[in-house]
Design a protein around this ligand. Structure first.
Ligand code: PHE
Length: 337
């Protein structure tokens, strides 16, 4: 009987649709029940052979079956499409959000900031000069005469006969003294260049901080007092230091300042080459010849100058043994500071 089959097929459809898990199952369901040769359209074929009296009622319940199946199919299709597109986008709402990491200052910037603030506290202002410098400012006026062997202390990148990449920040001393009268008390940080083979201890470009104080009656004792105060603030109170005679063409007398080796605490090791000491800076009293080049009266004024490498300073403070890490920008290194 057609009316019974309509009943059976309606409940079979209900069971089948409840088993549908994905769009593929759903398509099979459609083929089985709703496609042109599917079960439901075929029932309409059977309707043709029903009696006149039965037709209206059977037709009505067949229409109801078809509408019921189509509606069920449509709404399930919509749901499955939504969840499958969510799967494609790989949205996993249980995952934690993406945390944006904040950048931080490069260790060299942090070190320079600290050096600046200590010297500001000691009454120094901050000045700067260019990296492309004249031979005159970099050597000549700093008392390195033309063929003076001291020029070989620093391997120079020459641009031409007259210009070069500055090999130290000392030419800023010349610029400052040529443009202002004493008293002068300033530090001058910046980038410098040397034509050296790159190794764990030297790089073709690095940073220095120059210091200069010129006034009447400036003494070597003041130089020492200032630098000891700086070193204690920067490296820590308990530190041991010494001043060792040295040579620079633009200072007389000249010295280098050492602090106790951070690694062996003075016992002697590979880092300090068994001396127990590490050099932190060069310094001295401004040579009267330099005053001659900048028209300062060397009978009236005295001054001191010092210079330190910023990479070196950071390396000593944090126990870094390879200068190249400053320029590799490896996040794993930078993140530690
Ligand atoms: N300019 C010297 C250097 O680069 C350092 C220095 C600066 C020494 C000032 C004495 C006075 O090695």
């Amino acid at each position: 009987m057609l009316s019974e089959r309509i009943q059976i097929i309606s409940s079979e459809f209900g069971i089948d649709i409840s088993k549908v898990k994905d769009l593929k199952d759903l398509e099979n369901l459609r083929l089985k029940y709703l496609s042109r040769n599917g079960i439901i359209p075929l029932l309409f074929e059977d309707l043709k052979s029903a009696s006149k009296e039965e037709k209206p009622l059977l037709g009505k319940s067949l229409n109801e079956l078809r509408n019921y199946a189509t509606n069920q199919f449509d709404s399930l299709k919509e749901n499955l499409e939504i969840s499958s597109s969510a799967k494609e986008d790989k949205i996993d709402l249980t995952l934690p959000g993406i945390i944006k990491t904040l950048g931080s200052k490069h260790l060299l910037t942090q070190t320079l900031d600290e050096i600046k603030s200590i010297f500001k506290g000691l009454g120094f202002s901050i000045l700067e000069g260019p990296e492309l410098e004249s031979d005159y400012n970099n050597f000549e006026a700093l008392n390195f005469p033309g063929d003076h062997p001291a020029r070989d202390m620093q391997d120079t990148f020459f641009i031409n006969k007259e210009f070069l990449l500055r090999t130290h920040t000392s030419p800023v001393q010349i610029r400052v003294m040529s443009s202002q009268k004493p008293p002068v008390r300033a530090i001058m940080p910046g980038r410098v260049y040397r034509n050296e083979a790159v190794s764990s201890r030297s790089y073709c470009m690095f940073h220095q901080v120059e210091g200069l104080y010129v006034d009447t009656d400036v003494t070597f004792a003041e130089l020492k007092g200032t630098l000891v105060s700086f070193a204690q603030q920067f490296y820590g109170e308990g530190l041991n230091y010494r001043f060792r005679p040295s040579y620079f063409p633009f200072t007389e007398p000249s010295a280098e300042m050492d602090i106790t080796c951070y690694l062996c605490h003075g016992k002697g090791c590979k880092v300090c080459k068994q001396t127990g000491w590490l050099e932190i800076l060069g310094c001295g009293m401004v040579d009267p010849n330099v005053f001659g080049y900048v028209n300062y009266d060397s009978e009236k004024y005295t001054g001191y100058a010092f210079g330190m490498g910023i990479e070196r300073t950071a390396m000593l403070k944090y126990g870094i043994t390879d200068i190249r890490v400053f320029f590799e920008n490896d996040i794993r290194f930078l993140k530690q500071f």
